[in-house]
Design a protein around this ligand. Structure first.
Ligand code: URA
Ligand code: URA
Length: 239
């Protein structure tokens, strides 16, 4: 864990376990040349979630977690949608108003575009597993704060481990910031595969970032790059 994360955890009263081992480095990707040389952000602090061995247990533990005030303003917890056996796991930012009402990720306008984007390479909701960095809607759809992200990251990491997907798609800049310890922005990160280390030693997951559909709704010209990313994903799935 880096110093900043440790300070954040301590400032919110979390009993952080500081890892003595150096951060993992991104391994050289076998699919594309190396693009990133920093490690996954580690939070071994908030709580030890190794005892959680099923999605039902994870959902229960998240619902019971009272450390974040977003729970008070949200209508519903938004856990996930799609197929837990899917090869492709998507991680978005946080629920919006529609998601908060329905308790499901990506059901509003962004979600419709997201479904069309993946539909472009023949993937339906049954071929995907979808979750977000935060399970609760930030009021007024503001961006998640670093503290909120840090609080929920252990749940997110466990979620990834339980799904154990063939690949992970980070949807937008927030999910990159939540999971990657890199200064590179989404524009530099997107469209390239890298091996993201997971909490369990020696485990990595093939990961690619792409633009968020909400960004594409504002900047439609960037769709081209996302179509390219989808073709890159399609090649990976076929291989
Ligand atoms: N945007 C997200 O990042 N996630 C959702 O679930 C909905 C909109
Ligand atoms: N900024 C973000 O946070 N996400 C995007 O997808 C694009 C710009």
């Amino acid at each position: 864990m880096n110093y900043k994360n440790k300070m954040i955890l301590e400032s919110i009263g979390v009993d952080a376990v500081v890892s003595q081992t150096p951060l993992n480095r991104f391994e050289e990707s076998k699919v594309m040349p190396p693009v990133i040389n920093s490690g996954i952000k580690k939070t071994e602090g908030t709580q030890n979630l190794n005892h959680i061995n099923s999605l039902a247990e994870l959902r229960e533990a998240m619902a019971a977690f009272d450390g974040c005030s977003l729970k008070k303003t949200a209508m519903n917890m938004v856990f996930s949608d799609g197929n837990p056996q899917a090869k492709v796991m998507l991680i978005g930012e946080a629920p919006g108003a529609d998601e908060d009402r329905q308790g499901k990720p990506f059901v509003g306008q962004s979600g419709q575009l997201l479904r069309r984007i993946f539909g472009f390479i023949g993937l339906t909701i049954d071929d995907l597993y979808i979750t977000n960095v935060l399970p609760y809607r930030p009021p007024g759809n503001r961006q998640p704060t670093p503290i909120e992200i840090t609080m929920f990251r252990p749940f997110l990491e466990r979620h990834i481990e339980l799904i154990n997907p063939a690949c992970l798609i980070l949807v937008g800049g927030t999910s990159c910031k939540a999971l990657l310890d890199t200064k590179e922005g989404i524009t530099q990160l997107r469209g390239r595969w890298f091996d993201m280390p997971l909490s369990s030693p020696d485990k990595t997951v093939k990961t690619m970032a792409t633009y968020h559909p909400a960004y594409l709704l504002r900047s439609p010209l960037r769709k081209r790059e996302v179509w390219q990313d989808m073709l890159t994903l399609k090649d990976f799935i076929k291989a």
